[in-house]
Write a protein that binds this ligand. Sequence first.
Ligand code: BV8
Ligand code: ZN
Length: 242
Amino acid sequence: MTKDDLARAREWLAEAQSVTVLTGAGVSAESGIATFRGPGGVWEKVNPMELASSEGFRRDPRKVWAWYNARRRQLLEARPNPGHYALVELEKRVPCFGLITQNVDRLHQAAGSRNVVELHGNIWEVRCTGCGRLEDRTGVELPDEPHCDHCGAWLRPNVVWFGEELPSGAWRLAEEWTRRADVFLVVGTSAEVWPAAGLIYLAKDAGAKIIEINPEDTAATKVVDLALRGPSGQILPQIVPA
Ligand code: BV8
Ligand code: ZN
């Protein structure tokens, strides 16, 4: 990555009418939140299909809640990093902006991002597996085995697990924001989880200029127009147009 690459990215963003961003776990790495894949990723120690799937939850809800409660506790100490704040600035400076995230940590909202779509739900709300009641438990420690006050069934995190459909409203909005983008920023995602990763190819087909921000190559690198190799907390603040 050269200084011209950064200048080119800044120029594309300055000229853009519509910018859409797709973020993954990497954008929260500099807030101390482990990514899923890659070195030190949380998946290295556990099997995602076990913990982030409804079969895994049915088989052993205690084990799944131990993992989610550990992640919630870690998030209580986490703060947005300069990458999150740079995206808040970018939203203020482009006429039309949309932020699509695969993350469930809500650090984008904590930093002040407004137009946010959560493709995979969020870790703070809980949903009852019995009566479907949805409750916001942001910042609250949950018991090891959370059950519904109303019907006694197990509660679950309000996230999208493997094998589960994405919320239809969120997906429709994500597709719309992707199709309208002049510039599509792909930040901190390995581009391996579908259908989220498919948005990158949709942006390409719709004629957007694609900028990838990631220390490493990803499954989508072959289709991006400009790859900025480095941590998003350092790169994003450098490409927000003045
Ligand atoms: C569905 C929420 C079906 C919970 C998550 C075979 C081929 C293709 C697809 C499939 C397949 N087999 C199965 C599927 C479908 C499956 C899928 O995609 N599997 C993958 C693994 C192959 N998808 C699904 O099941 C989806 N549902 O398809 O439904 C269906 C259809 C119709 C009807 C009924 C059902 C549901 C997917 C959602 C799963 N939920 N999480 C939770 O978080 O606990 S996925 C999980 O992975 C997270 O949401 C995470 O965000 C997401 C993607 O990971 P990334 O965000 O990319 O993070 P990752 O660690 O992978 O990468 C981090 C990147 O950051 C790296 O590139 C690293 O280099 C970079 N980085 C590191 N540091 C930094 C950095 N970047 C910038 N700065 C830094 N400092
Ligand atoms: Zn209930």
